[in-house]
Design a binder for this molecule. Structure first.
Ligand code: ZN
Length: 301
């Protein structure tokens, strides 16, 4: 069993309208834009990152906004909902702010469900998470702390449950179709696995989670995870340099793409903490496209 995984690192979603996404995550939800770069594999598309002050692992929500992407179709083989932690007692503030109702999650916590600009399924969930929030548009008593959990939906929970246990998660609760897995200690450490045997297959497009990434401290830990997963029979990619972290990817038995990402070097590796997310940052291999990209990428500010 792996002991290197710390919890969620980031969640990456497909979107369409970069400006609407940017306004939603900064003005409405109050996160900080911590990086404005491009999709390293499709550099004509932005890769936008939002999080706490530094975009620390466990807080980083990231987007690929493909301008003409249609809506995805929900179903099995994808993340059904991404949940962000808010302080206890903050749900009424958010329900009022977002013009919606307070609901309850399967385990009794107050939640406020949000439809993001592409219909992406997010929820704010009250928890005792004590991480210091970024206070831009929202005061510290109500501000989002970072990820609470991710809820993948699969037709058959057993092989996913086995994988999560191998990754160091323990089953801590079960309610109806939801099995809660928790990584002991830390934050952003909950996976709510949903089993629905008759769910149609998901079709990924705008509003769909593209992948979820789990945090490891560094490249040494990542290499150990890569070796162990490979020995379990998973096809794991080599370590890939994403400038702000190193990444490995593998497809899970439930169909969801998992990434394991390093906590180093972080988003302040190529710009100062004070000005994070303002300038368009390009990886070395795409720097020659700068003039063209500055003309074609929609301005965000
Ligand atoms: Zn990623």
């Amino acid at each position: 069993m792996l002991d290197q995984i710390n919890g969620l690192h980031h969640v990456t979603t497909i979107g369409s309208d970069a400006r609407a996404i940017d306004r939603f995550w900064t003005d409405t939800l109050g996160l900080r834009r911590v990086k404005k770069t491009v999709n390293f594999d499709a550099p004509d598309v932005y890769h936008l990152y939002y999080g706490d002050e530094m975009g620390r692992p466990g807080t980083a929500m990231t987007y690929f906004p493909f301008p003409n992407a249609g809506r995805g179709r929900r179903g099995a083989g994808e993340v059904a909902e991404t949940r962000l932690a808010i302080p206890e007692g903050a749900a009424p503030f958010w329900a009022d702010r977002l013009g919606t109702e307070i609901a309850t999650d399967p385990f009794g916590a107050p939640v406020v469900r949000i439809a993001a600009p592409d219909g992406d399924a997010f929820a704010l969930v009250e928890s005792g998470d004590t991480r210091a929030p970024f206070t831009g548009a929202i005061d510290a008593d109500h501000a989002i702390r970072g990820f609470h959990s991710s809820a993948p939906l699969v037709r058959d929970a057993a092989p996913m449950a086995e994988l999560l246990r191998f990754m160091g998660y323990e089953e801590t609760a079960r309610e109806g179709e939801v099995i809660r897995f928790t990584r002991p200690g830390g934050t952003a450490n909950v996976i709510d696995l949903i089993e629905r045997s008759d769910a149609p297959a998901a079709q990924q497009s705008a509003g769909s989670v593209h992948h979820i990434a789990f945090s490891v401290d560094d490249r040494t830990a990542q290499l150990a995870v890569q070796k162990a997963l490979t020995e379990q029979g998973f096809a794991v990619t080599p370590q890939i340099d994403r400038d702000y972290f190193w990444a490995i990817y593998f497809r899970t038995p439930g169909g969801i793409l998992f990434e394991v990402a390093t906590d180093e070097p972080g988003f302040a590796s190529d710009e100062s903490p004070e000005t994070l997310g303002q300038a368009l940052k390009l990886p070395r291999q795409h720097e020659h496209l700068r003039t063209q990209l500055e003309r074609t990428l929609v301005p965000l500010d």
